[in-house]
Design a protein around this ligand. Structure first.
Ligand code: GDP
Ligand code: MG
Length: 227
């Protein structure tokens, strides 16, 4: 089978240092395209992204959002565009190198036998690097709690590194999604699993960001710590 064609959606807010090296690494995978969804980053990430779109014509696109910012809102807009693209899989990835681009092919390959592949920190072989013990424990606790409440048989419900089979993404009722921020990740996973999507987890090494700042709003801080 030929390798699946993938569109990777990367939401950005103040990632001007991270985006160029991330794009270069993603572009080393021949069947990968990139959609940057920028929320009018004050640091000029949008212009940096436009320059990358020029450099990698036809492979890198930029969506400049103008409404209220938010991770969930950005992914919703990205998903709406992605479902009509000529690709086999749609991926979600952070811009800050917490998600290693070298592990992307393993996630994409997982879609051969699943509708949604999660890059998982909490299956054998997965790990978190550079988190204080307190944050590891909170994230583990949160995932245990979500597993109990939702009855999802998933180890890492809050991971942001994901790959969707295009058809499965197309079946998500995007107009019913309520989350504007990080809870978007839990809500979409829950919706997909409840509607019968086959969910698989592949191990990833999650590395806390080194460049730039985490910039989540206070309102999101609860979900952020769960994340
Ligand atoms: N478009 C957009 N991207 C965001 C927003 N907030 C965070 N991001 C991006 O979402 C990803 C994860 O955010 P990050 O700050 O690393 O969160 P953390 O890993 O939980 O500390 C990064 O690529 C951010 O640039 C937002 O409001 N809008
Ligand atoms: Mg991060």
């Amino acid at each position: 089978m030929t390798e699946p064609r993938a569109l990777v959606i990367v939401p950005t807010y103040n990632e001007r240092q991270n985006l160029p090296p991330l794009t270069d690494q993603l572009m080393q995978h021949p069947n990968v395209r990139l959609l940057v969804v920028d929320d009018q980053s004050p640091d000029g990430t949008g212009e940096v992204a436009d320059a990358l779109a020029q450099q990698y014509t036809g492979r890198v696109e930029v969506m400049h959002r103008t409404g209220r910012r938010g991770l969930g809102r950005s992914y919703l807009d990205g998903f709406r565009r992605a479902v009509s693209e000529n690709v086999d899989v749609v991926c979600q990835m952070d811009a800050d190198f917490s998600h290693n681009p070298a592990q992307l092919p393993a996630l994409i390959a997982g879609v051969a036998h699943a509708d949604l592949v999660l890059g998982s920190r909490y299956v054998p072989g997965g790990e978190v690097v550079n988190w204080p013990l307190r944050r590891v424990l909170l994230s583990r606790f949160a995932n245990g709690y979500i597993r109990t409440v939702t009855r999802l048989d998933v180890r890492d419900c809050t991971t942001g590194y994901r790959c969707w089979r295009l058809g499965a993404l197309g079946r998500l009722p995007l107009d019913r999604i309520r989350s504007e921020g990080y809870s978007f990740l839990i809500e979409t996973l829950f919706m997909a699993a409840r509607s019968g999507a086959r969910v698989a987890e592949v191990p990833i090494s999650f590395v806390e960001r080194r460049q730039g700042e985490s910039k989540l709003s206070r309102g999101d801080s609860a979900c952020r710590w769960l994340h």
